[in-house]
Write a protein that binds this ligand. Structure first.
Ligand SMILES: *Cc1c(COP(=O)(O)O)cnc(C)c1O
Length: 380
């Protein structure tokens, strides 16, 4: 094992390559200490999995279907899916899923299913929806309408209702944000269902984009309704955000009855080609499996509680410095006014117009919050 690690650290490579790698590593070391603006944790250690990098592993195809490409981690992938089904109140009997390359692929899969099931459907999504969704809608040729957002980032239910009313002749496909990118707002799935019921609409589809919050809400005491127990039809969750991974990844889960309809329609190519990507990453399922199994449910409860406490601590510190900061319930996203470009760049902070945020992921420490606020006071 040590020999493998030594090799990985480059002892055997060419000196000029080594120099380049060392520089890159120095940069990563420096920048990862200023990593406050994106919802990806840097707290993980997958070194026990290193030997798997020596095999041409590939999870091509449906994780539940045996493949002749046997250098795969399908069994581990299925165990990870079981865990996520448990987190989101899905069952092995009624649900299906696979490990994706990230949140975007999971969202594309959800809308793809919805459009196959309701080909005339109209997709409704709020202004605060992730930027990738308009691209997905274009790719899928899905009819769509953008709905206004409330000031906290949730979808404007009144505007949704009025707009759906105008298009009552086509089945709605609701793209619900479970934790928006900028403000961490959660669209209320039960309220959305109420709107459908009030208008006597029986045929509709709800996809939940739970990129970050899908790994937060299962571990808090009073989660907003967001999962299969609240009536969503599919859900996409990122793996590299709260769990953490040096390779982007995610999980998508959907109702088997819907997936079967899509799967059958492609059976003529001789296999169940149920996934969007053909060749699929076999390493990321190992990362997710290792992280969840080693931390356990209780471990994640503690991690999430610590993140929420850190978000509240940050808000206190901002307020003590006369900077207005706030967060949505059960969110780790601390919203504050856009600071100077210098501060944005130094702390890798994403902005949308006048709104900026930090996200108190597991690696964020008090000293970094102090240092950020000091910078804002000094440089604006
Ligand atoms: C990060 C994010 C995505 C996209 O996920 P990727 O893993 O970057 O593809 C989608 N929606 C929301 C709300 C996100 O925060």
């Amino acid at each position: 094992m040590q020999k493998i690690k030594d090799q990985a650290l480059g002892q055997d490579t060419h000196p000029e390559l080594q120099q380049r790698l060392d520089q890159l590593l120095d940069m990563m070391n420096y920048e990862s200490d200023k990593f406050l603006g994106y919802p990806c944790t840097r707290d993980f250690d997958y070194s026990p999995l290193f030997p798997f990098l020596f095999y041409p592993v590939n999870n091509v195809g449906d994780p539940y279907v045996e493949s002749t490409f046997r250098l795969n981690t399908h069994d581990i992938e299925c165990e990870v899916l079981d865990l996520f089904m448990d987190f989101t109140h899905a069952t092995k009997e009624k649900h299906w899923g696979y490990i994706t390359n990230g949140g975007t692929e999971g969202n594309m899969y959800g809308i793809y299913l919805a459009r196959e099931i309701l080909p005339q459907g109209m997709v409704y999504f709020s202004e605060d929806t992730h930027y990738s969704v308009s691209k997905i809608l274009r790719l899928l040729h899905a009819r769509n309408i953008m709905i206004k957002s409330l000031p906290n980032g949730e979808i404007d239910y009144q505007d949704l209702k009025e707009t759906v009313r105008i298009h009552r002749d086509v089945p709605p496909i609701i793209f619900a944000n479970i934790g928006t990118t900028m403000k961490g707002a959660v669209d209320n799935v039960l309220k959305i269902k109420e709107i459908m019921e009030e208008m006597a609409i029986s045929s509709y589809y709800i996809h939940a984009d739970a990129a970050l919050s899908g790994m937060v809400l299962p571990f808090v005491d009073q989660p907003q309704p967001f999962d299969f127990s609240s009536g969503v039809d599919s859900i996409s969750i990122s793996g590299h955000k709260m769990i953490g991974s040096p390779i982007p990844c995610g999980v998508v889960l959907a109702k088997k009855s819907n997936v079967d309809r899509v799967a059958r329609s492609v059976e003529y190519i001789g296999t169940l080609d149920t996934t969007l990507s053909g060749s699929r990453n076999a390493i990321t399922p190992l990362f997710l499996w290792y992280a969840i199994k080693s931390q356990g449910r209780d471990g994640f409860r503690k991690i999430i509680q610590r993140c929420i406490d850190m978000a509240d601590y940050a808000i206190e510190q901002f307020e003590a410095a006369d900077i207005n900061a706030w967060r949505n319930r059960n969110s780790l996203t601390v919203v504050f006014p856009r600071p100077s470009d210098y501060v944005l760049k130094k702390w890798q902070i994403a902005v949308h117009h006048e709104v900026a945020h930090i996200i108190t992921m597991p690696h964020v420490e008090k000293r970094q919050i102090h240092s950020l606020i000091k910078d804002i006071k000094e440089f604006g």
